[in-house]
Design a protein around this ligand. Structure first.
Ligand code: AHR
Length: 639
């Protein structure tokens, strides 16, 4: 059919569309899920530039599969620096600076030579620094047998010294030395050297080089560019700290939030189920502060008293359950977490939040119990104990349960069944699928029971970073909006991947030490996040197409249409709006499109595809010619 004829016939069809009014939908539909996977925290959002700063990396952090960390140990990322001198290093634990930080390095310099002898850290793939910016350097030392001596701290890249500071140390007990470093040149891949200029025996721990230029300038804050690109999604919530990381690699690896607060040198790190070490420098306080900073609701997730079924890589059968006699303590830890977030500054745990600099409540409203667990009797028993206890003490906190790792099947059905008969407000669903699955399931939530618990689609993605994947997700997301009365939250996963250190692909945002690389899928999430509404307007599109949605945002009264063309041809779509009285008929149009469905934004190169802004004249009945391979967002502004 000729394109013009098609448009006019669709225009007629639009007239016969029944406009069915508006329904309330979740005002918090689109958010993010953050997990320390792919170096998302250490080496990522947590901008510590010294890798393995407290010598706690251990060969036992790495325990499965085809691991990239063959040389992973206490001195990973460290080396001796001994041009003309003679020295040794050893790992010690006899009298650490804190019991939670059990290992330290003992440095023995027998001769120092004119250049001194010491240690060097190469960061995460090198240390990137910017000329003229301020970096907080600190190190804990203890002189063992030596008199006072000069300690020289330099940053250099390929032999060029870009900062050089010498201080005299004389402390016989653990003592922190801090000063500010201002590099005199940019470097992508510098090294940090600490050299002792005389023969000496010195204990060294907690070596840190931390940018002052963090997100919102916070101390121990977040990497600015990564935090900003997450914030630019305008997420309404942040789910954290995982994922499989939460329920952990066996019982002794269940994420323990209490280890993640307080002074960083007192946070006991742990192995990470994703085969590396986690320092917890990015801990609960930092997560909650970030949520507040970006005006997103915090959704912490805790284990449901069982570990990940993939623990120790026993695919599906590795679930271990906390012994019943330890459950009271475990449940108390969860109640303490809620008190930490919301309790008065005079309460036991609220006072720790206040000590960290936040006397006011973080106003926690939700908590996730469990992460895509295998739904066993052991799980169910513990899940009910936890949810009953949380509900009894904090009836206003909404509880998010789990329905296993798949979109359907035994765990899925059992998880939902438990949710319907327990103190569960929302059920977390996860699915990673091919793009065809998304295209074929645009109506997934149409038939969900509106009277039961709501849905949190906590993890989803189609397997790929191509335009076709992103558009399949976009079309699916219009279905989430149309069903926003039953789908409360949705978050793509995983969020971050450091190039060269990904255990999981695809990810929404790739990055290296210096740059961030948003995928096409990122822009889809961003367009939905920045154009969300709290009411769905039904019946706007002819034939009730399932690849478009129309929402209204009560804050602005703007009307927003999202339309997805998954094909290689232009495709007209007819819209009939309720009334445009008081609206500007010159609408804002944003289009995300590409030359080929196989286009991607690549990793390590600037993206080819990003949203383009223009305008569109609209009327109550109009036909919009969707470009091939596109997501279009039309925002009709209230005057
Ligand atoms: O998002 C990556 C992983 O996928 C999560 O840790 C887990 O919940 C899921 O299997």
């Amino acid at each position: 059919m000729n394109f013009r004829l098609l448009i006019s016939s669709l225009a007629l069809a639009s007239v016969s569309t029944t406009f069915a009014g508006t329904r309330d939908i979740s005002p918090n539909l689109f958010g993010v899920f953050f997990e320390d996977l792919n170096y998302a925290a250490d080496g990522g959002l947590y901008p510590e530039l010294v890798q393995n700063r407290s010598f706690e990396y251990s060969p036992s952090d790495v325990n499965w599969g085809n691991n990239p960390h063959n040389n992973w140990y206490y001195f990973t990322s460290w080396a001796m620096e001994r041009k003309d001198g003679i020295c040794t290093i050893s790992l010690e634990s006899a009298s650490p600076l804190h019991k939670n930080n059990p290992h330290y390095l003992r440095f023995k310099g027998l001769t120092a030579g004119p250049e001194g002898v010491g240690i060097r850290n190469d960061g995460f793939d090198g240390i990137p620094v910017n000329k003229g910016e301020k970096y907080d350097f600190s190190v804990w030392t203890r002189l063992v047998k030596s008199p006072s001596l000069p300690m020289r701290v330099t940053l250099s890249e390929k032999g060029n010294i870009i900062s050089d500071t010498t201080v005299t140390i004389s402390n016989k007990d653990w003592c922190k030395h801090s000063f500010v470093i201002i590099p005199k040149a940019d470097a992508d891949s510098a090294s940090l050297m600490i050299r002792f200029m005389k023969p000496a025996t010195v204990d060294v721990d907690m070596v840190s080089l931390f940018p002052q230029n963090t997100f919102k300038g916070r101390k121990n804050g977040l990497r600015k560019d990564l935090a900003e690109i997450i914030a630019a999604l305008k997420p309404k919530f942040v789910r954290f700290p995982g994922g499989c990381l939460t329920h952990g690699d066996g019982l002794d690896n269940i994420y323990d939030w209490k280890r993640t607060i307080g002074p960083v040198e007192q946070r006991r790190g742990d192995k990470n189920i994703w085969n590396y070490a986690q320092t917890f420098g990015l801990g609960y306080f930092e997560y909650l502060q970030f949520c507040e900073d970006i005006d997103a609701k915090a959704i912490p997730v805790v284990a449901a008293g069982v570990s990940c079924q993939n623990s120790a890589r026993k695919r599906g059968t590795g679930q271990e359950a906390i012994p019943m006699e330890e459950m009271d303590k475990y449940i108390q830890d969860i109640l303490d977490l809620i008190e930490y977030c919301n309790g008065p500054a005079t309460s036991e745990w609220g006072s720790k939040r206040a000590e960290a600099g936040h006397p006011a409540s973080f106003n926690l409203e939700y908590i996730g119990i469990g992460n895509e667990d295998h739904i066993t009797p052991a799980f169910e028993e513990r899940y009910r104990m936890i949810t009953d206890a949380v509900h009894a003490k904090y009836p206003d906190i909404k509880i998010i349960g789990t329905s296993g790792p798949l979109d359907s099947g035994e765990d899925f059905d059992a998880g939902w069944q438990i949710a319907r008969t327990s103190n569960t407000d929302i059920v977390d669903e996860h699915f990673y699928k091919g793009e065809e699955w998304f295209r074929n399931n645009l109506n997934r939530y149409d038939k969900y029971d509106r009277k039961g618990p709501k849905v949190y689609l906590g993890e989803y993605a189609s397997w790929g970073s191509k335009l076709s994947n992103a558009l399949a997700e976009a079309a699916f997301m219009t279905g989430l909006e149309r069903n926003g009365d039953v789908v409360e939250f949705a978050s793509y996963a995983p969020l971050l991947g450091r190039i060269g250190h990904c255990q999981w692909n695809p990810d929404l945002i790739y990055f290296d030490g210096r740059n961030v690389y948003p995928t096409v899928n990122y822009y889809v999430q961003q367009l939905f996040g920045t154009n969300s509404g709290d009411k769905i307007i039904d019946g706007v599109f002819a034939n009730d197409v399932n690849y478009a949605s129309c929402v209204k945002d009560s804050n602005t009264d703007d009307i927003i249409l999202k339309m997805v063309n998954l094909t290689n041809e232009p495709k007209p779509i007819a819209a009939r709006l309720p009334s445009l009285k008081g609206y500007d008929t010159q609408a804002a149009l944003t289009v995300l499109k590409g030359e080929s469905l196989d286009d991607t934004n690549g990793q390590g190169t600037p993206g080819k595809i990003s949203p383009e802004n223009s305008g569109l004249k609209v009327s109550r009945n109009f036909v919009y010619p969707m470009p091939p391979r596109s997501l279009s967002v039309v925002r009709i502004k209230k005057q």
